[in-house]
Design a protein around this ligand. Sequence first.
Ligand SMILES: [Zn+2]
Length: 437
Amino acid sequence: VSWFATYAWLPDGLARDVLITAAGDRFTSVTAGSEPGDATRLPGVVLPGFANGHSHAFHRALRGRTQGGRGSFWSWRYAMYAVAAQLTPDSYLTLATAVYAEMAAAGMTSVGEFHYLHHGPDGTPYDDPNAMAEALREAARLAGLRVTLLDTCYLHGGLSADGYQPLAGPQVRFGDAGVEGWAARVEQLADSSGFAVGAAAHSTRALTPGELRAVAAFAAERPLHVHLSEQPGENAAMSQAHGQTPTEVLAGAGFWRETATAVHATHLTTADIGILAAARATACFCPTTERDLADGIGPARALADAGVTVSLGSDQQAVTDMFEEARGLEMHERLISNERGRFTTSQLMAATTEHASIGWPDAGRIEPGARADLVAVRLDSLRTAGAEPSQVLYAATAADIATVIIDGSVVVTDGVHRLGDVGEMLAAAITPLWPTC
Ligand SMILES: [Zn+2]
């Protein structure tokens, strides 16, 4: 198979007249300054596949339903629980297929699914205790993108002055019978083509230090993720209970390592940044979520300067657009620093294509041997017309993506996913979850 791009983003930056060949799911050659020959011409500027480092697929049902009016992260969480309470393996397959198809159409070729919707609504396991995870596996296969299931251990409903609280109400389906029960269930999940099993601890609010240690030990070499210091309340609870920051509590549990990712990393101390850097960990920023939930702006530049890898995620799916996440990373820095160009275009592209932290280190670069993922972005849309191809990241939206190729397969053509009308699929999956009014 061969494709020809007038402009393509290669490891050294933007190149002209690039002939790209692939065999199966891998690139075999990438040659700039070529003639198109009989290769398939891709429109606009061709970028590597995007990595969505942090997703909760079912949160897509909350978009445009929870954002009006006041409220906080905590009131949003109640609405999220109400949606979670209704989902079954069948309805989750329908919803997640549409959500992953939307992500593929937005150029995302891998996604890290932070999965905690494990059991029936009253906490009783399904006949297959991994029925919800299997729904996600099937959804990924249908939608045509790679999913890393970051199977999440979630054992407590929070930490108050009385200690760690039991899961209650809608939260009971997130739990397992201790870390042992969680690990036994995760061990029954096998990797398959385009589907990898990783691990996650929900947060320092949801697991005791001893439980965090057990999760980290079980994870071994797998990708290991955790929500970290998203809200000041989490820091206050850890300070009161343990006299430490959440980052320090996790450090004491042996959590930090090169395969670990801190999601959000919003309210960090200088010492916390040093801990993450020493471990060579990744920080996954979710700018459109963090601003929607009024979390705050995390120290992205300081983390990167210290040597922490920065990735990006769509998290609660208020927006499914990696251009918007990349711009959010840079623009939030501009607002708090009064400086432009806090991240270079190459650094923003690296964050947008950071597949290693979700277990696909061979993706995200257009070079021989890498996974054959391509995202062609139109340069003639209302948004991108007139833009320099090297700066398309600052102009484009997901709606400007014409072609998406994942592992050598064409998944999106002329902006249309191979499953058809994804908007219709989303509406059909989401509308029944909300009472009519
Ligand atoms: Zn999250």
